[in-house]
Design a protein around this ligand. Structure first.
Ligand SMILES: Cc1cc2nc3c(=O)[nH]c(=O)nc-3n(C[C@H](O)[C@H](O)[C@H](O)COP(=O)(O)OP(=O)(O)OC[C@H]3O[C@@H](n4cnc5c(N)ncnc54)[C@H](O)[C@@H]3O)c2cc1C
Length: 342
């Protein structure tokens, strides 16, 4: 079977790509190894300025004009007239995006694993029947997340990785909180993000700075000081790839985490996945498509990666965390500056 554009992975990146291709009249097939579209280890935070035009407001579980930031020296509340961040349920976001892509004309197969890639075809396996099949393509899009098969096929290593650990706890909490503490979380942070009937509590840090086991222990220890006893809950963790080395490889493209486009500084990856998915679709439709939007995203990504490099030094990290928090508090720095939005 021959497909014009094959997309591996039905995360936000793959679905945005399929939807945009369908709107441009190009046939695509999205392959997803999971049976159900959407669920993913994630805190579900979406930046208002970056995503509100792509995700309808009614999909937001909660939205927050106020952000609470704590450092060893400061306890700050930033208040803006419009929401800064909202939270979404990843299953609902995935289902919404899939519905839109299908309605526009894209096709989607779940429970199908991409196994092998050759010059212009891929081997897929149906996970229920174990049946295998070769599909040929004109274009292949790797939207298959941080451990991307397409990325490995291209021979790209993924050395710069963040670790995200999440606990989703039933309950009602009102404040969205960020906790910066070099001793506990290196140049990352811990968060508390309220959802409608639960809240996400977790930590993000770059792997070179702190290993997953230590990050988890520190998270549990810190959470107890906030009144949350995580031992009785299940942690879920995944790597977040920020090792960007390119997105356009001729007939092959990488988007989102597969391309390493998540922020190394904050772990924000939903927005870069959606934006790069849309831009890759436009590039497939028109090889002369202007790359200005991708260029801006890549510049923001590079800025975040530079900050990661600087803050690997614990002393500099502690000073910068205090200075940035002071800047946010005095409105000299806008929260938007810390986002990936272009
Ligand atoms: C703990 C944690 C918290 C996070 N919190 C946030 C947050 O609050 N806000 C934010 O913006 N980002 C957050 N992120 C990052 C965000 O989840 C990712 O950056 C984002 O999901 C990337 O989207 P994607 O479409 O590129 O990849 P993914 O969402 O990873 O989707 C890839 C898809 O490909 C499928 N797949 C993989 N391999 C194959 C294969 N061989 N065959 C078929 N299918 C395959 C997978 O099943 C998956 O559905 C968090 C990440 C973690 C780990």
């Amino acid at each position: 079977m021959h497909i014009h554009t094959l997309i591996i992975g039905a995360g936000p990146g793959g679905l945005a790509c399929a939807h945009t291709l369908a709107k441009l009249g190009i046939k695509s097939l999205v392959l997803e190894r999971k049976q159900v579209i959407g669920p993913k280890v994630c805190a579900g935070g979406i930046t208002w300025s970056g995503l509100i035009s792509r995700v309808p407001g009614n999909l937001a579980e909660r939205s927050f004009p106020k952000q609470y930031i704590r450092t060893p020296l400061q306890n700050v509340c930033i208040n803006e007239p419009t929401p800064i961040i909202a939270t979404v349920n990843r299953k609902k976001l995935g289902q919404f995006m899939a519905k839109k892509a299908l309605a526009a004309g894209a096709t989607l197969r779940t429970g199908v694993m991409a196994r092998k890639i050759s010059t212009s075809s891929i081997l897929i396996q149906d996970r229920a029947s174990n049946k295998t099949e070769w599909l040929s393509f004109d274009y292949l899009v790797g939207a298959d997340g941080s451990s991307s098969l397409v990325r490995r096929h291209l021979g790209l290593a993924s050395k710069r990785l963040g670790i995200g650990i999440n606990y989703q706890i039933p309950g009602n909490i009102d404040k969205m909180e960020w906790h910066l503490n070099n001793t506990l979380f290196g140049n990352g942070y811990a968060w508390i993000f309220p959802h409608s009937k639960s809240f996400s509590i977790g930590a993000y840090a770059v792997r070179e700075k702190i290993d997953a086991g230590r990050l988890k222990n520190n998270l549990i220890r810190w959470a107890a000081t906030q009144g949350h006893h995580l031992e009785k809950h299940t942690a879920r963790a995944e790597y977040i790839n920020y090792d960007f080395q390119g997105w356009n490889f001729g007939k092959l493209f990488l988007i989102g985490d597969a391309a390493g486009l998540a922020s190394g500084l904050t772990g924000e990856g939903i927005y870069p996945a959606i934006l790069s998915g849309e831009q890759v679709a436009r590039t497939i439709a028109d090889t002369n498509h202007n790359s200005a939007v991708m260029d801006s995203l890549i510049r923001n990504h590079a800025r975040h990666s530079q900050m990661v490099t600087i803050t690997k030094n614990g002393f500099l990290n502690s000073i910068l965390a205090e200075l940035v928090t002071l800047g946010l508090r005095s409105s000299m720095i806008k929260f938007k500056k810390l986002e990936m939005a272009v």
